[in-house]
Design a binder for this molecule. Sequence first.
Ligand code: GLY
Length: 259
Amino acid sequence: MSKLAAITRAVGPALAHCELTFIEREPIDVARAAEQHDAYCTALRAAGVSVFTLPAAENLLDAVFVEDAAVVLDEIAIVTRPGIDSRRIEVDAVAAVLALHRRTACIEVPGSLEGGDVLRIGRRLFVGRSTRTNDSGLRQLASIVKPLGYDVVQVGVHGCLHLKTAVTALSRDTLLVNPGWIDTEILDGFRHVVVAADEPFAANTLTLDGIVYISAKWNRTRRNLENAGFTTKAMNISELEKAEAGLTCLSIIFRSGDS
Ligand code: GLY
């Protein structure tokens, strides 16, 4: 029977020196970040997801953000090529696990692509053209998935790290959106719930088993979601957010026949 599985990667000490692009550095309490990561994995398990956690990578700054290392579809896992040097080596450990579950393909030089830029809704992959994902990465992804019946739709991203910093899917027809950071016209066919004006980072949510998980920081956006008819749960990832991350960044979730 098909169930959901997730790959996560434990928090390592180098997280304190993570890459930052659009936010200012604040001290990160790595022990607290590890506790928050543990709680995240526990919540996934409670939602029925089988979680495999890779060991922490001592010297890799952002390895805990496994989402960026791969795009996993039912038919194939695409191992990415992150758009920043320090993150490129992260993909090896993730690819080794994914090879147990899927045939794999890789994004090659000169392409760059990060999983945080890929929002899958049905047979469409909305892909952010960001500082981390380039035209070659987009083209390579499209040529890998087109024969499998997926369309790649490019979305402009301005002022935030990844597409999914600014938009995530609440259901197949409804998105949570920060319209200030992405070109929303391409997403016009969906119903939009908009983040609260003073909570620009609130759009990165994770929906599992009918529950929308949202960072505990974003109370007003959480209220918008509840008013729009969604059941929500807050999760505290405050230390990980200082590393320019959101809830989706911490896992790769996919259907698994053997979990
Ligand atoms: N700190 C997350 C990233 O820059 O990729």
